[in-house]
Each structure stands twice: as structure tokens, then as C-alpha cells.
Design a protein around this ligand. Structure first.
Ligand SMILES: [Mn+2]
Length: 354
């Protein structure tokens, strides 16, 4: 970057995954350790002014967002042809098909926040205990590597005397970006990533704590209770295939705030879980996973299955990891897709018993 560009630092922007704790914390880490991570020499004032914009991953892929060479893209896929200032991502589906430039960082890791902290470490920045503990918590959070006790701590009301773990603290502090109002989520994201220089991690950032994260967390817990009450009326366990089926098409509109782990708390005996929901008038979304507490029960490659059903019953939008994935299908093929998924599970079960 030329000197002229350096002075023109107001062109920098941070684009990060919206409605996502990892996206929020990634932006915070970049703001807090901006010069260390980017090799720039900006003043605190200049760094504070860099805007943070929440984005949905799909929008990055369709090219709807005009990117520039001053953009820092975090926890989001990168459109192949665009050149940005920096890109950092950890999703398996974003794996680049070409060699990476020096400013592009992709690694299959549990979280983007953790990836950034490791980058700092590799640059010789000393990592405090607080930051290291925060990294461990975020790696757990973003890769759903929870025990059922840890889920209960974060997603259910605790006794007021309960001593919060770092995992719960990180969960509470990111409740800002998980309300059902995306405008509120993005406004908070954009304004809460000033990154206090006296804080090693977001957990001790005074500006964040002033917004009373505990209230956002309380609202989120109330939303989860309402969500679970509604889901209880239609979620089913298919004993034969050891598969949970949560078909959101059975309700006119969903209530409350999604509790992403509820399926496996309610049906711990399950091997797999499936979520079906209307995407628009023509398309239906399938989310498939294995029981997060028993990944050993997963006898199929779910990412591959999602890709297969998307190719067969959709326009090709599908994929994921070995133990979790998603696909967008044409509505008229919904029942055929369900049948194919259950059959794949059954066949894998049979061949494992032999
Ligand atoms: Mn992430």
C-alpha cells in the first residue's frame, strides 16, 4: 500500500458475519489489534473510525456487495474475483480453489476469532491469559463443541449465585447480535466494536459492559423459552431412523429465539437431526446434522449428502462438513428429499451392523 493510501485510512471498512458471535468478536479483535494484524500504523482515533458492517454470507457470494481494496472481510466467504485488503475465514465451505495472496488467510479452524488470535501470536504479540481463555471459549462456541452441561449453562436460566464460566461470559456478551431485530443487531455491532485499548479481550471492554449485556441475555433466554414451547408442539423423533425431524412448515410463523442445541437436549438418544423450513415461495431449506454430543454415531458424510440432494432436488446449493450441512431444494421435491435422507441413514446403519 502506498503512503498516499495510508493517509487515506478512512477508506478502510470491516465487513463481518452479522448475527453471529464469531463475526462480532472477530471485528473486535481486528479493531483492538489493528496495526499488529495489518502492518499499518494508524492512530487509535483513526482505527476507531473504521466502520464495521454486518453482512450475510450469501450476499458476499452473489456479488451484491461492492468490495474495495480497503475492505477487511472476516468470517465470511470471499468472492473469487475481488481483491480486498485482508480476508480471514475458517469455514470448510469457503476453502479457496487457488493459491492465496499474502493478505488472504484461510484455515480450517474452530473459529475466526481464534484464527485471528493465533495470527497475533504468530506475529509475536504476547497473548494474555484472559485472551487465551477467551480464544478457547470462542473455539468451543463457534464449532458447537459443547457438553450438555455447558449448553444448559448458556441457554437456560441459571441460579443468580452461579459463577459464570468464560464460555458463558462470551455467550452473554454477544447477546447484542442475537436479537430477532437485524437492524438492532447490526447497529449494535457497528457501534460496539470501538475496542477498548485497555482491554485484552472483549470480556473486559468497558464500553461493552456499559450496554448491560445481562439484559440482552435475559431477553434472549425468554425468547428461547417461547421458541422451545412452540417447537415442542411439532418436533418429532423418528425411532426407526434415530432421527429428529423439526419441520417448521407445520407452523404458520415461528416464535421466540432459536435455541440451536434444543433438538439434542430433548432427544439425547438421537443419532441425527433434521430441520426443514420454507425459504421462499419456491424453495425449501434443509439443515441436517448428527447429534453434537455423539458425533461417533454419524455413519454418513452429511456434507456430501446435502450436496447430493441439492444436485438432485434443487439448483445445486448445498454442502457442509462431515457432521453438519445444509441444502436449498425446490419445494415440490421436499418429500422425496426426506425419503432419500432417511434411506441414506438406514442403509449406513445396516452396512454398519454387518
Ligand atoms: Mn465463524
Amino acid at each position: 500500500m502506498t503512503n498516499e493510501n495510508k493517509e487515506n485510512n478512512l477508506n478502510f471498512r470491516i465487513l463481518t458475519h452479522s448475527g453471529c458471535s464469531d463475526g462480532f468478536y472477530s471485528a473486535w479483535i481486528v479493531k483492538r489489534y489493528f496495526n499488529e494484524l495489518t502492518g499499518q500504523n494508524l492512530t487509535r482515533e483513526q482505527i476507531t473510525q473504521i466502520p464495521v458492517l454486518g453482512q450475510r454470507p450469501a450476499k458476499m457470494q452473489t456479488g451484491e456487495i461492492e468490495l474495495t481494496e480497503f475492505d477487511i472481510v472476516l468470517d465470511l466467504p470471499l468472492p473469487e474475483e475481488k481483491k480486498v485488503f485482508m480476508w480471514v475465514d475458517h469455514h470448510s465451505s469457503a476453502k479457496p480453489k487457488r493459491d492465496l495472496h499474502a493478505h488472504e488467510h484461510w484455515e480450517l479452524l474452530p473459529s475466526c476469532t481464534g484464527q485471528l488470535i493465533t495470527m497475533l501470536k504468530n506475529k509475536g504479540v504476547e497473548i494474555s491469559k484472559e485472551l487465551e481463555d477467551f480464544k478457547i471459549a470462542m473455539d468451543k462456541n463457534d464449532s458447537a463443541d459443547y457438553t450438555s452441561e455447558e449448553i444448559k449453562e448458556s441457554y437456560y436460566q441459571q441460579d443468580p449465585k452461579h459463577q459464570a464460566s468464560t464460555l458463558l461470559k462470551a455467550h452473554i456478551l454477544s447477546s447484542f447480535v442475537h436479537t430477532r431485530d437485524i437492524f438492532l443487531n447490526n447497529t449494535l455491532l457497528e457501534n460496539l466494536t470501538k475496542a477498548d485499548q485497555n482491554a485484552d479481550s472483549p470480556l473486559s471492554d468497558k464500553q461493552l459492559l456499559q450496554v448491560v449485556p445481562e439484559l440482552f441475555h435475559q431477553a434472549r433466554l425468554t425468547g428461547h423459552v417461547e421458541w422451545r414451547e412452540q417447537v415442542d408442539t411439532y418436533i418429532k423423533y423418528n425411532e426407526e431412523h434415530k432421527t429428529i425431524v423439526q419441520d417448521n412448515r407445520l407452523v404458520r410463523r415461528t416464535k421466540g429465539i432459536v435455541d440451536r442445541f434444543y433438538q439434542y437436549i430433548k432427544f439425547p438418544q438421537a443419532s441425527y437431526g433434521m430441520i426443514i423450513k420454507d425459504k421462499d415461495e419456491d424453495l425449501v431449506y434443509f439443515g441436517i446434522g448428527c447429534n453434537i454430543f455423539h458425533k461417533d454415531r454419524c455413519k454418513i458424510d452429511i456434507g456430501k449428502l446435502c450436496k447430493d440432494i441439492a444436485t438432485k432436488f434443487g439448483t445445486g446449493g448445498g454442502g457442509g462438513h462431515k457432521t453438519v450441512g445444509g441444502a436449498v431444494l425446490n419445494k415440490e421435491h421436499t418429500e422425496a428429499a426426506i425419503a432419500m435422507i432417511l434411506e441414506t441413514i438406514q442403509n449406513a446403519d445396516k452396512s454398519n451392523q454387518n
